[in-house]
Design a protein around this ligand. Structure first.
Ligand code: GDP
Ligand code: IMO
Ligand code: MG
Length: 434
């Protein structure tokens, strides 16, 4: 019974990086299974703040295996830079423990260019991170993608780039009226990445199967959040992969039976970056206050995050979709000092009260939250490590969330550092001591 999945149950940036880093202590392997460098996972440890985009958030611990699974779209430029940065900070001393699936698809320069161009044209702006994620997954599904294993074979790589450029350059030149890519330049840049990636490229699915056989503890690190999922999110204002726990198996190359527990991560309020519906968004001073206190600025793009109250309608559905067994409630300290705290329990939409988000995007935009008001707490909870020490109103807030979501809280986060954490249930620790 070795697998613990960690997924975001809002619109991303829930604090998955902190949780994965903290839980890595108890695990042997950490695996990214979807998304790419659109992710920005922040870890504050040993007095250092590190933002990881591709390398799994177990990298700050020695002796952990870090796997980039087949479901990830890999930008070798970002990976190279990230590894160098980690090494310069004294982490990843033994980088043979970092592995990249040969089956992972590569982000190419034309993916990044097309991502940005698509956003600049027309009115349907998604507010993407510009990291080439959508175009890379389009090529993967369109069976035109180039995988890490293809890059390792010089001849295959050149052929695949050539085929791709015919179409991409046509689009870039004719449709977007921009400068086309030169094959020579891409080949030259990727020659460097071939040499660099050779060391890390592995059959990671086979490796993970050996880990499962040995009963090792594996953490599956979700990126983005449930409402950015390509199927279950607020389409088309989503990312281009399945972010829900159902994708762990295919994105990591393990059987579903190897995932035994799902931890759903959410903030004590809600944020979103980019466009798309967000019923509890606050446009007033309260929203501004949450952004300022919570430091709500994108870890990847630096954009200000949109902020609002906790939305139990989406959280409840996400719990069901992911099969969440326990919750990690993050950034509770950000709500310190608020006189009243609101929780959205239902939506009002076109004169009706609903408790499931609507399927249509226009209907979603028209949803107005129905709030329940709770008393805030006056004192600072920053860094508190036990539930008993929390002020009574903070306890009441958490108990009400458990009640509304019908799911138990395993972890409460009271600050960005590893230590600022209340551990109630810990799947790996309990498993090890059993
Ligand atoms: P991720 O993408 O889900 O890993 O989340 P991000 O790293 O993008 O955003 C979460 C931000 O909140 C980071 O800056 C974290 O350092 C910070 N953070 C995480 N947990 C807490 C907490 O409990 N309190 C406070 N104040 N900050 C936190
Ligand atoms: P982590 O893992 C928050 C958002 C973008 C945009 C939409 C599509 O740090 O939680 P994309 O570049 O993926 O095509 O952009 O998805 N987005 C995220 N928002 N956290 C993330 O990752 C995100 N990754 C993508 O802002 O709205
Ligand atoms: Mg993030």
């Amino acid at each position: 019974m070795p697998g613990l999945g960690v997924v975001g149950i809002q619109w991303g940036d829930e604090g998955k990086g902190k949780i994965i880093d903290m839980l890595s202590r108890y695990a042997d392997v950490v695996v990214r299974f979807q998304g790419g460098a659109n992710a920005g996972h922040t870890i504050v440890a040993e007095g250092k703040k590190v933002i990881l985009h591709l390398v799994p958030s177990g990298a700050l611990h020695e002796k952990k295996y870090c796997i980039i699974g087949n479901g990830v779209v890999l930008d070798p430029e970002v990976l190279k830079r990230e590894i160098e940065e980690l090494k310069s900070l004294g982490f990843l001393k033994d980088d043979r423990r970092l592995m990249v699936s040969g089956l992972a698809h590569l982000i190419m320069p034309y993916h990044k260019k097309l991502d940005v161009l698509k956003e600049s044209k027309g009115s349907k702006k998604i507010g993407t991170t510009g990291r080439g994620i959508g175009p890379a997954y389009e090529d993967k599904m369109g069976r035109m993608g180039i995988r890490v294993v293809d890059l390792l074979d010089k001849k295959v790589f050149k052929e695949r780039v050539k085929e791709n450029l015919e179409l991409k350059n046509f689009l870039i030149k004719r449709y977007y009226k921009e400068e086309p890519f030169k094959i020579r330049e891409i080949i030259k840049a990727y020659d460097v990445y071939r040499k660099f990636l050779k060391r890390y490229a592995k059959d990671t699915s086979a490796f993970l199967h050996r880990c499962i056989e040995k009963d090792m503890d594996i953490l599956f690190e979700g990126a983005q959040g449930t409402y950015l999922d390509i199927d279950h999110g607020t389409y088309p204002y989503v990312t281009s992969s399945n972010t829900v726990s159902g994708n762990i198996a295919s994105g990591a190359g393990v059987p579903p039976s190897s995932i035994n527990y799902i931890l759903g991560v959410c903030k004590a309020y809600t944020t979103r970056v980019g466009e798309g519906p967000f019923p509890t968004e606050l446009f007033d001073d309260t929203g501004k206050r949450i952004r300022e206190i919570g430091g709500e600025f994108g870890a990847t793009t630096g954009r200000p995050r949109r902020c609002g109250w906790f939305d139990a309608v989406i959280a409840k559905r996400a719990i069901r979709l992911n099969g969440v067994n326990g919750l990690a409630i993050m950034k509770l300290d950000v709500l310190d000092g608020f006189e009243k705290i609101m929780v959205c329990t239902k939506y009002r939409m076109r004169g009706r009260i609903i408790d499931e988000p609507p399927m249509g995007i226009e209907e979603y935009r028209e949803c107005v939250p129905v709030y329940e008001e709770m008393e805030g707490w006056r004192s600072s909870i920053r860094g508190i490590k036990s539930f008993e020490e929390l002020p009574v109103n903070a306890k009441n807030y958490l108990r009400r969330l458990e009640e509304l979501l019908q799911t138990k809280i395993d972890i409460i986060s009271t600050g960005p550092e590893r230590e600022n954490t209340i551990l109630i249930n810990l799947y790996f620790r309990e498993r090890r001591s059993a």
